[in-house]
Write a protein that binds this ligand. Structure first.
Ligand code: FCA
Length: 338
């Protein structure tokens, strides 16, 4: 069977042109099948604190590894938090990690996120329900607070013994922020270990900080120190580095020197300048918990939840390790902080 050549060629040409035309408005080959990039938010209450900057850094590393887009937003109050959720939804995000400025905002945050179809993972500060109990249905990742507090207490007790201080003229100044469970568990852990180690309970003084920053803890410690005379040595601790740093500054203001003060922080990210000072201060060390790993792991969990529908475990805890002037550079270098 013979086909006329020209018409056949003409048809073919026509088909090629048609195909070419139909391809014009489409994206480049292959792109049409690629799903849109996953977008995830990371909202933090105190972006000025190095702790949260390092969480963001860890989250950035997860975004680079898995190829999602990370939207970092500072949420210092409730209004900014709710506005941030609106903005994430408008930007096409599928979920967010949050360290909320107020744990009692939990139900409102969850309701807003649900309405916008966003998944939520909490980090550090766990949401509370209207009944005051944890909102356990929202996945949480945070410090092993009691354990880390107990480590801080152990360091205080051991270093006091090492320096040969008598309990009779030593007292403990514990700056507290009991509104937050993670903070209360830490300072309770510190106090429990001091008591277990034989430190007199009536020499342990709690003093509440109104704001969770250095000025807040400085004020809290000052209020205590001015009332207590005749104390030769102070053990100083709080729920994080800022809590302890403010209290150490307060002891300095009252004329105590590094030789008379043992200060132990928690976080390990916010005391780098202090540990780098040429001469030692009353800030002896800190229990380092990995902020970069918290940032990495929370966003990694959220990514797989969005991508594959695998929900994160309900409660994940991170551990701590002591850093002092002797080892902080080595530990923080290994963590990518220095
Ligand atoms: C709380 C504190 C932070 C950090 C975090 C793990 O949010 O405010 O400094 O300690 O827990």
């Amino acid at each position: 069977m013979k086909f006329p050549r020209l018409p056949h060629f003409g048809l073919l040409l026509f088909a090629v042109i048609l195909a070419g035309c139909s391809k014009q408005p489409s994206p480049p080959a292959g792109a049409a099948a690629t799903p849109a990039k996953i977008k995830l938010g990371y909202l933090v209450k105190q972006p000025e604190e190095p702790w949260f900057q390092y969480e963001w850094k860890g989250a950035d590393a997860a975004a680079a590894k898995y190829g999602f887009e990370l939207i970092k937003i500072a949420v210092p109050d409730g209004e900014k938090t709710l506005a941030a959720i609106d903005s994430l939804a408008a930007n096409g995000a599928q979920g967010f990690v949050i360290c909320t400025p107020d744990v009692r905002l939990g139900p409102a945050i969850v309701a807003k996120a649900r309405a916008a179809g966003l998944k939520v993972v909490t980090v550090d500060d766990r949401f509370l329900g209207a009944d005051g109990n944890f909102l356990t249905e929202v996945p949480y990742l945070g410090m092993s607070a009691t354990k880390i507090g107990r480590m801080s207490g152990r360091v205080l007790a051991d270093e006091m013994q090492h320096r040969g201080w008598a309990a009779a003229d030593t007292a403990a100044c514990i700056v507290t922020f009991e509104e937050l469970a993670t903070c209360r568990e830490r300072t309770d852990g510190i106090i429990a270990v001091l008591k277990e180690s034989g430190f007199p309970a009536d020499h342990i003084f709690k003093t509440p900080q109104r704001t969770t920053d250095i000025p807040g803890s400085l004020d809290a410690a000052n209020a205590l120190l001015v009332q207590k005379s005749g104390i030769k040595h102070w053990l100083v601790a709080g729920m994080n580095d800022s809590g302890t740093l403010g209290a150490v500054r307060a002891t300095e203001g009252q004329g105590y020197t590094a030789a008379n003060v043992i200060g132990v922080g928690i976080n390990g990210t916010d005391c780098v300048d202090e540990l780098r000072k040429p001469a030692p201060t009353g800030f002896y060390g800190s229990i380092y918990a990995s902020a970069p790993q918290e940032g990495f792991r929370t966003t990694e969990m959220l990514y797989f939840w969005v991508k594959d529908g695998t929900p994160p475990p309900p409660d994940t805890r991170s551990d701590g390790q002591l850093i002092t002037r002797e080892n902080f550079e080595k530990v923080l270098k290994a963590e990518g902080i220095l």
